[in-house]
Structures are given as structure tokens and as C-alpha cells.
Write a new protein. Structure first.
Length: 95
């Protein structure tokens, strides 16, 4: 998320117009044959927390982990998404 040019301008506008609701950081190795960290960005026109972006660290949400495979605990992730509370996994950041 630190590239410049058009990507930077897009990210700047998404933040400026309060379009980003949530960013979920995913554990490395979640995608097969890719060792980079990935994230999911959830966009919304109307948010429950205007002026803030909810950041969720899902790196501890895995059910099983082998050398070549990570399986996320989706129930736990969806539970965290459902409630807008600060926790050890969720932080709200002012934009």
C-alpha cells in the first residue's frame, strides 16, 4: 500500500472521501505459492464510524497451519467484523 503515482492518488481519495470502512491484514502464506502479506479492503458509502478506518489484524485467526497451507477461522473473523468494538485484533484509526 505504499506505491506512488495513480495508486497513491486512488488510496488518498478513498481515505479523503471516507470510502474505506475496514482493512483486514491477512497472514503471509494464505495464498498458495505466494509468500507476500495480503489484505482485504472493504469499501462502504455509509459507515458506522465516519472519519475512522477499522483495521483488523487476522494473523492470529488461523485454524491450522502447515508449511504450505494456512486455513483461516472465518467464524472468528466474521465475528470481529460484525461488532465495532476495540479488541486485541481491531483498532480504529482516524483518517
Amino acid at each position: 500500500m505504499f506505491r506512488g503515482g495513480n495508486e497513491y492518488e486512488l488510496r488518498r481519495r478513498l481515505v479523503e472521501y471516507n470510502t474505506i470502512d475496514t482493512i483486514i491484514s491477512l497472514p503471509t502464506g494464505l495464498l498458495s505459492h505466494v509468500s507476500i502479506a495480503t489484505c482485504i479492503i472493504i469499501l462502504k458509502h455509509n459507515t458506522n464510524h465516519p472519519g475512522k478506518i477499522r483495521m483488523i489484524n487476522s494473523k492470529e485467526f488461523f485454524q491450522s497451519r502447515t508449511r504450505t497451507n494456512i486455513k483461516l477461522d472465518l467464524d472468528k473473523l466474521f465475528y470481529e467484523l460484525k461488532y465495532d468494538l476495540d479488541s486485541e485484533f481491531i483498532r480504529f484509526i482516524s483518517n
